[in-house]
Design a binder for this molecule. Structure first.
Ligand SMILES: Nc1nc2c(ncn2[C@@H]2O[C@H](COP(=O)(O)OP(=O)(O)OP(=O)(O)O)[C@@H](O)[C@H]2O)c(=O)[nH]1
Ligand SMILES: [Mg+2]
Length: 319
């Protein structure tokens, strides 16, 4: 059979986690309209006729402003280095906006003939890694009314790196995803399955408790709050009737704490109910979640806090 690891890599917000979820047929990864949603590489395993595909969703590569940001970038790059195949995800609409911004172009018709500078830089570093086959997944094609407009853009991407294949997809609408899997399977090395038949991921349930609380914050709150938040698990009790979890939401400032709690605790109650529901759906059992909020100034810059919050250099980054 064919078996191997596939890194899903790209800028923030291009739809990498949406793609992982669509491939798995399960809302495992958290997804939001905000950049830097994914902070840790996340493994998801699927099987197809004669193939085991172990996908690693990675944090979006961005210009880091904090120690957390640079850890996220390096974990994405090290997942890429150790992969058998790289799926480079990008999207035509946002790429176009980035080009417009850089070149200060004001044309009405989008300049769909140049790749985003951020993508160019990232492709350069992926190319220099070693001879890992790279596939270009042009995502969000559902959002383009005239798909013909995309052809010059695709050509620019093809010129920028030795892509083995180009697959236009819509991760959201499940268009082209099965073909992407076929292409990947064809590039994987011959080998034995690395995971037991029923493995979906290698992350423990407590990881998803953290993630799904953060997802509720990303989806429910605006402004500076979503990126100021980290979640830690205080207790995780499997129990007999239900799973009992106590978690702390860390914020950077006192004002943020107030907003998260909300007047009369309404906001935090919604966060709790939303996260409980997501966990119940994933784990197939009753969940009782208790949430606390704590102000932990500068947690994104403090190595000790980052390690405590699970953002140490363990996730694929061995440095
Ligand atoms: N129209 C459209 N939107 C999509 C598609 N795929 C993802 N999106 C949207 O794009 C946004 C970002 O999706 P994510 O999957 O979180 O993106 P990501 O690349 O994982 O982002 P980071 O984790 O921040 O790097 C969400 O609002 C998704 O619903 C697609 O195929 N079409
Ligand atoms: Mg993501």
């Amino acid at each position: 059979m064919r078996a191997g690891t596939i890194a899903i890599v790209g800028r923030s917000n291009v739809g990498k986690s949406t793609l992982l979820n669509q491939i798995l047929g399960e809302r495992l990864a958290i997804v939001s309209p905000l950049p830097q949603t994914t902070r840790d590489p996340l493994l998801g395993v699927v099987r197809r006729e004669g193939a085991e595909l172990a996908f690693l969703d990675t944090p979006g590569i961005h210009k880091p402003k904090t120690e957390l940001g640079s850890r996220m970038n390096s974990s994405a790059m090290s997942a890429t280095e150790s992969a058998d195949v790289v799926v480079f995800v990008t999207d035509p609409i946002e790429s176009t906006k980035l080009v417009k911004k850089k070149t200060k172009r004001t044309d009405e018709i989008p300049p769909l003939d140049e790749l985003a500078p951020e993508d160019a830089a990232l492709l350069k570093s992926i190319k220099s890694l070693k001879k890992i086959p790279i596939i270009l997944a042009m995502n969000k094609v559902d959002a383009l009314r005239d798909k013909g407009l995309m052809l010059p853009l695709l050509q620019s991407y093809l010129n920028a790196a030795p892509f083995r294949e180009l697959v236009p997809i819509s991760a959201l609408k499940n268009d082209g995803v099965e073909r992407l899997l076929e292409v990947i399977a064809g590039l994987l090395p011959e080998g034995e399955a690395a995971f037991p038949e029923d493995t979906l991921t290698d992350k423990p349930s407590s990881f998803f408790a953290r993630e799904y609380v953060r997802e509720q914050v990303l989806l429910g709150l605006r402004g500076e709050i979503p990126h100021a938040v980290a979640v830690s698990i205080d207790t995780f009790d499997e129990g007999s009737d239900k799973l009992r979890i106590a978690a702390t939401i860390h914020v950077e400032k006192i004002g943020q704490r107030k907003i998260i709690v909300g007047s009369g605790g309404t906001v935090i109650k919604d966060l709790r109910l939303g996260a409980e529901k997501r966990l119940r759906q994933l784990l197939g059992r009753k969940v009782k979640l208790e949430l606390f909020v704590r102000v932990t100034p500068r947690w994104k810059e403090t190595p000790r806090m980052l390690a405590e919050l699970g953002y140490d250099r363990l996730n694929g980054d061995k440095k």
